[in-house]
Design a protein around this ligand. Structure first.
Ligand code: LLP
Length: 423
């Protein structure tokens, strides 16, 4: 069944679901469910078009690790030459834990604390993507105290519509992100005067799960207008950071391939005479989303009433995207059964009606069956919580025929290990 998102790494053999050279049902037996399973081959393959499109010029691909920050995932991308886009001190700590190079790290985010700035400067990050004038002031103070200069790129809000879910659209004037396009020149002029600040580049990030190339090209044009104005004012920008946000196919979306999108953006950049600048890019979802599945076992089938419920052992605490964004995630049995399908709402055991994973799905299932939720490599485990005192799932990384447990299932005791009773 080549229509599986994540194919060819995710595929069927004799009706059973395999990821690379491993039958996923075997992993569920060995490690229990819910279980996240990733393909290292799929991650490498997703990176390849980015690398190919940028090979001819100075560039840095910074994996936006918020999508999946598990150490073995970071290790995989570091080994492939990637840097990282981080949004917290905690993420930087993870990069350092896998031996990642801080000089290949860009630090994004609207609310960096002075402590985080200090930590990142001391570690030697490549660049701070500054999102406000207040942040610039604080960063200049922190750097001056440390007798350092902080390399800075201003994240400009280009005011373009990425045409995605409102919660993950970030490049409109009404969003909390970035510095307004019409303020950016003045902020650059101020940045150039500030002690402790070294102007390095410019960036944008207009949203996530973007399936249309047009808003990117609009954003590039707006950004280049600004680059030219800033340089006319005597401030040099050595790199352009194109952000992340390229969408993936969950069901029938047809985002442009990464190399095609990048090619189109580079064409604009070159046409306006900016081809010599270093290009940074911050993809997250498109590198890992279709490399992962979440395995879950059917606990209870509840027929009748208005709907049929297929109650599984994964829940919104493991995968919040449906509850939070009304997101559609693929759900497929790990072994196909030869019987008429019925229509099910696939839900978790959490005490909320919002705890659903897929609605009105046509499936042939019996209790005890194993299901795979597809495209679950991004913003899935990374957004997991312990709601209802549910330990977070284990994770396995497949590489060819080998399956590595890369995160143990949390124990129940660990859930309250940091808590104390009152004397
Ligand atoms: N750079 C910046 C500054 C970002 O804020 C983000 C994502 C990225 C890069 C990577 O974007 P990507 O290539 O992964 O689309 N939890 C949501 C997605 C939130 C995205 C936040 N920012 C979801 O599950 O759809």
């Amino acid at each position: 069944m080549s229509s599986l998102p994540g194919a060819p790494f995710l595929h069927r053999r004799a009706g059973e679901l395999w990821l690379e050279g491993v039958r996923v049902a075997d992993l569920a037996v060995r490690h229990g469910t819910p279980l996240y399973v990733y393909s290292r081959g799929a991650m490498r393959a997703a990176l390849e078009p980015y690398q190919r499109a940028l090979a001819a010029r100075k560039h840095l691909i910074c994996y936006a690790m918020k999508a999946n920050s598990t150490l073995a995932v970071l290790q995989t991308f570091a080994a492939l030459g990637c840097g990282f886009d981080i949004v917290s001190g905690g993420e930087l700590k993870r990069v350092l834990a896998v031996g990642g190079d801080p000089a290949r790290v860009v630090f994004s985010g609207v609310g960096k604390t002075a402590e985080e700035m200090h930590f990142a400067l001391a570690a030697g990050v490549r660049c701070f993507n500054v999102e406000s004038e207040s942040e610039l002031t604080t960063l200049a103070e922190v750097a001056t105290q440390m007798k350092r200069r902080a390399p800075v790129s201003l994240r400009v809000n280009p005011d373009v519509d990425a045409r995605t879910h409102p919660y993950i659209s970030t490049g409109l004037r009404g969003n909390k992100f970035g510095i307004a396009h019409d303020r950016a020149l003045a902020v650059y002029q101020r940045a150039a005067q500030l002690p402790g600040i070294e102007v390095a580049g410019i960036d944008f990030h207009i949203g996530s799960q973007i399936t249309d190339g047009a808003p990117y090209l609009e954003a590039v044009d707006r950004l280049l207008d600004l680059v030219e104005a800033v340089e006319r004012a005597g401030v040099t920008l050595s790199h352009i950071d194109l952000g992340g946000g390229l969408g993936i196919t969950y069901t029938d979306e047809t985002p442009p391939p990464a190399d095609v999108l990048i090619g189109a953006m580079l064409e604009r950049i070159d046409a306006r005479g900016h081809g010599a600048r270093e290009i940074l890019i911050e993809p997250g979802r498109s590198l890992v989303g279709n490399a992962g599945v979440l395995l879950t076992r059917v606990q209870v089938l509840k027929r009748g009433g208005e709907r049929n419920f297929c109650i599984v052992d994964a829940a919104m605490n493991d995968l919040v995207r449906p509850a939070m964004y009304n997101a559609w995630m693929g759900i497929t049995p790990c072994a196909l059964r030869d019987a008429e399908p019925e229509t099910w709402d696939v839900v978790g055991p959490i005490c909320e009606s919002g705890d659903w994973l897929g609605r009105q799905r046509s499936l042939t299932v019996v209790e005890g069956d194993l299901l795979a939720i597809t495209s679950a490599g991004a913003y899935a485990m990374a957004m997991a919580s312990n709601y209802n005192s549910r330990p977070r799932a284990a994770e396995v990384m497949i590489d060819g025929d080998a399956a590595h447990l890369i995160r143990r299932r949390e124990t129940m005791e660990s859930l309250y290990a940091g808590e104390t009773l009152i004397d």
